[in-house]
Write a protein that binds this ligand. Structure first.
Ligand SMILES: O=C(O)CCC(=O)C(=O)O
Ligand SMILES: [Fe+2]
Length: 446
């Protein structure tokens, strides 16, 4: 009879090996036996498989339950996942306090990803500054480039030359780690000298552990709780608006760093074949599934939902497609397409019935270090001039945002019927890399 945790861990190894050899269903059976022994690692993994539907049908509620159990048993990855699930309302009601609680627990166990998230979420006041720096320094030591950038922004806020140099040094490190936002921030300080940042000399999280243990999760300031910035209408037909500064550069850096390891060739939805690669879309993308996302990213996602809903005259969308990051190298593009599904097209109807119409699209620029690469609407009748678009009269609308700037457009008319004027494309950059977030908001099930 199988009972001990070590038996559970052995079974977990077997399940992983089976999964790696391309037998996820068989692996799921073994993983269930592993979790039944009470081994926290196996419970966390089974929970994740249930949430994502790996090896079987998705069962998010059962999955979340297992993750919470493993988290309660002290498993650190499970604590992080519990934070993501509660923040995302995945398999459990959305609960930001609970998400904060799990992050604090994981940070007390010195998990760098939890430290980074808390460092991004604590109030930016003098009172919290030493703790924020300790948390971020700890995360930066684990090469989490958003931590370098968040720390750099703090140092660059100071007036002293040595702090400035240290800040620039951190940006250089973030650039080496491949974070595109570092290039944008460094651009502002071009020609200034910098010195390498010795992360070990900064305060670390250990000094702040006693305070961290007593931290009230409700103190945390989530991105979606901040007021939405004002927006400008770019076109009425299709309805398109720009909302500058929807995300801070630090949040953009965080999203880019999270998505980067998961970039893969982009796919399009085919009515018969499902998600397929297609010449329509030659760029790369990363979907933020629960393990690829974190609680801060869930809050960013929720902020994008709120921004998208704020411009639509239709009832509020409560769901959306999974948040994704798009990445273009020179020559790569997303050819003219519609984001809506066409109900005239019989093959689209079951999908529409099940998931609802893609009513609104929200795009957020994560960087600006590229030329060309605009989002272009060839049929838009743009009538307002702005710095973010080129006026082309009836010949269309082109948009590119500053770091954290967003473009929001509506894909349907007032009766939720496809709006053909929403045809758009992601042009290819001629130089540099383009990084953006893309979120499709869904009307309720039709
Ligand atoms: O990358 C772009 O500019 C366009 C992206 C897009 O069309 C989409 O995500 O639906
Ligand atoms: Fe699109």
């Amino acid at each position: 009879m199988i009972s001990s945790i070590s038996d559970g861990n052995r079974l977990l190894d077997r399940a992983r090996a089976l999964d790696a050899s391309g037998e996820p269903e068989a692996a799921l059976d073994i993983l269930r036996q592993a979790a039944a022994t009470g081994a926290a690692e196996a419970m966390a993994e089974l929970g994740l498989w249930y949430v994502t539907g790996h090896g079987g049908k998705p069962a998010p509620v059962e999955g979340a339950h297992l993750v919470f159990q493993a988290a309660g048993n002290g498993h650190i990855l499970a604590k992080l996942l519990a934070a993501t699930l509660t923040a995302g309302g995945i398999g459990t009601p959305r609960d930001w306090s609970a998400a904060g609680h799990w992050l604090i627990e994981a940070a007390c166990a010195r998990d760098p990803r939890a430290c980074l998230q808390l460092g991004l979420l604590l109030p930016k006041s003098n009172e919290w500054r030493p703790m924020i720096q300790g948390l971020l320094a700890h995360a930066a030591l684990a090469d989490l480039s958003a931590a370098h950038i968040a720390l750099a922004v703090q140092y660059l806020d100071h007036d002293t030359a040595d702090m400035n140099q240290l800040g620039l040094g951190l940006l250089v490190q973030a650039l080496r780690l491949g974070n595109p936002v570092a290039r944008d921030l460094l651009e502002k300080y071009r020609g200034q000298s910098w010195c390498p940042a010795d992360l070990h000399s900064l305060d670390t999280v250990s000094d702040t552990l006693p305070v961290l243990e007593r931290l009230d999760p409700d103190l945390l300031q989530w991105p979606h709780e901040q007021p939405l910035p004002p927006f400008k209408t770019l076109s009425d037909n299709p309805r398109a608006i720009s909302m500058p500064k929807l995300l801070t550069p630090v949040l953009c850096a965080h999203a880019a760093a999270l998505g980067r390891p998961f970039l893969a060739p982009a796919t399009v939805h085919d009515a018969e074949a499902g998600e397929i690669q297609d010449p329509t879309r030659t760029n790369a993308f990363a979907n933020f599934y629960p393990l690829e996302a974190d609680a801060v990213l869930q809050s960013i996602d929720w902020r994008l939902m709120q921004a998208g809903n704020s411009v639509s005259e239709r009832p509020t969308c409560e769901t959306g497609d999974i948040l994704s990051m798009l990445y273009y190298q020179p020559g790569q593009r997303y050819r003219p397409h519609f984001d809506f599904f066409d109900p005239e097209f019989p093959a689209h109807r079951p999908h529409l019935q099940q998931n609802g119409q893609r009513r609104v699209t929200v795009l957020v620029s994560l960087n600006t270090g590229y030329t060309g690469g605009d989002t272009h609407f060839p049929h838009a009748k743009a009538d307002i001039d702005s710095n973010e678009k080129t006026m082309q009269g009836n010949r269309g609308l082109s948009w590119r945002g500053a770091v954290g700037g967003s473009l929001i457009f509506v894909n349907v008319d007032e009766n939720d019927r496809p709006d053909k004027a929403s045809l758009h494309e992601g042009l290819s950059p001629s130089q540099g890399e383009k990084w953006i977030l893309s979120k499709w908001l869904r009307a309720g099930k039709s």
